[in-house]
Design a protein around this ligand. Sequence first.
Ligand code: NAD
Length: 347
Amino acid sequence: MNWALIGYGGMGHWHVRKLQSMPAEFHIKGVYDILPEKNTQAQRDGLHAYATLEALLGDESVELVTIATPNDSHLPLAQAAMEHGKHVICEKPVALSTAELERLIEVSVRTNRIFTVHQNRRWDEDFLIVRKLMRDQTLGNTFCVESRVHGSRGVPGDWRNRKAHGGGMILDWGVHLLDQLLQLTDEDVVSVYCQVTHVTNDEVDDGFKAFLTFQCGLTAEVEVGTSHFISMPRWFVCGQNGTAIVRDWQLHGEIVKVSDWENRDAVPVVTAAGLTKTMAPRTEDTIDTYPLPGVESDVRDFYRNAANAIRGKEAQLVTLAQMLRVMRLMEALFRSANQNEVIRQHI
Ligand code: NAD
């Protein structure tokens, strides 16, 4: 499949490298960046650099275009690409509002072009482990999921800290964590509460905490922090019969499950100011510890799926309906944070 890229920045390089590793499946026709120096860089990297956006869009051999530009430019670029007959993979967040996304979906339907968003973190192994644990009911019925990413460098000093460019952490990392969360259950979200932080930046959120409840009662905490010099675990998952922790992207972690519910003996813990049996740790003979399950992942399957969807061989994995749901959820987070209120809405 003939492919071209718009936006040769950090993520643009990533897309090129991925597709260079799939030469039998994709032919890289070229790239276009609005900055001449990026096009020069592309030429130095052995790529064809289109002189203008029109030149790229006018290249009839190009079937599929990836858009890897700042968030506020996704709408006009994706629309123009589809109007020129290209199928489109857009970087996340696909748009800045539901209204924008609905406009793009209308264009996709009208032009009969595949339009999808690069939710690559569906292929992250930490997420796939948690999805497997929940699907296999390894912990029994899961009643709470916590998903966090913590950094300590604030919001990067580029367009990401400007509201007009669609900056801020809800749109940057939140979009990944919320998309992952919605893949863990078929249930609707029924309520959302969110607080944002402005530790290093007044203009956009530099982190947030969101508390979500699903129809079945499952609760989820989602947190992104950029002023955290100690990271909390990437995932913490609680089921009726056990608990799992995935500490980091290197997949350190374990599962602890109860082996003897009937043995209720507990040695009280005596603290400086009192004692507790309720919070006393379990004795080793009533629990078993297991390693996290292995999972397999190849993020290039995202591109394989897009190509197969274009050829009509497979259904699109990241669907328009899923894209809309994530967008609505992000809007609910913003609304909750702005109004300091619980948003009760089926999403
Ligand atoms: P970046 O600033 O490194 O690169 C953006 C590039 O787009 C720059 O080279 C810039 O000159 C170019 N550009 C800007 N406006 C343009 C236009 N109108 N036409 C053509 N080129 C234009 O940013 P980045 O980190 O690569 O992020 C780009 C996109 O990728 C964002 O939407 C971001 O959210 C997304 N992203 C996704 C992931 C992921 O894992 N899926 C990771 C990082 C970034």
